[in-house]
Design a binder for this molecule. Structure first.
Ligand SMILES: Nc1ncnc2c1ncn2[C@@H]1O[C@H](COP(=O)(O)OP(=O)(O)OP(=O)(O)O)[C@@H](O)[C@H]1O
Ligand SMILES: [Mg+2]
Length: 114
């Protein structure tokens, strides 16, 4: 099982949700987060002073899928939906996941995902 974390632009949340729904990835968790990447935010002039805005609001998706094939499909869908080509488009991280339990049924592992 593989866990995918994707950090995307706020305004791309709906597009990413739709793209995941289209490939029938249904279990998702979404967070509102703050973060920065390579550019460490940007400078903005507020009431005459230049202020460095270091943390920008972003959306984080967490998705667990059963295997590599699904992970690739999911990553492709997110990449396509979240892309603008500008700085700050986001990142996708993947992890090997040790276990999953569906509380209602007691199912574990991939049975608990599908
Ligand atoms: N190395 C990292 N570790 C954890 N979170 C990160 C990392 N890099 C980026 N993020 C998260 O992803 C968000 C978007 O990052 P961003 O797309 O700006 O990455 P980047 O490396 O600066 O790429 P780009 O040059 O395209 O802007 C950040 O606000 C932060 O929440
Ligand atoms: Mg950046």
């Amino acid at each position: 099982m593989i866990k995918i974390e994707a950090i995307v632009r706020e305004e791309k949340m709906e597009d990413v949700k739709e793209a995941l729904s289209e490939i029938e990835v249904n279990g998702i968790t979404v967070y509102q987060v703050m973060g920065c990447g390579m550019q460490k935010g940007y400078k903005e002039v507020i009431r005459g002073s230049e202020i460095l805005i270091t943390m920008l609001p972003k959306i984080k998706f967490e998705i667990v899928v059963s295997n590599e094939e699904w992970a690739e499909k999911t990553i492709e869908a997110i990449k396509k939906a979240a892309y603008t080509g500008n700085f700050g488009d986001g990142k996708i991280f993947t992890y090997d996941l040790a276990s999953v339990v569906r509380i209602r049924t007691g199912e574990t592992g991939t049975d608990a995902i599908n």
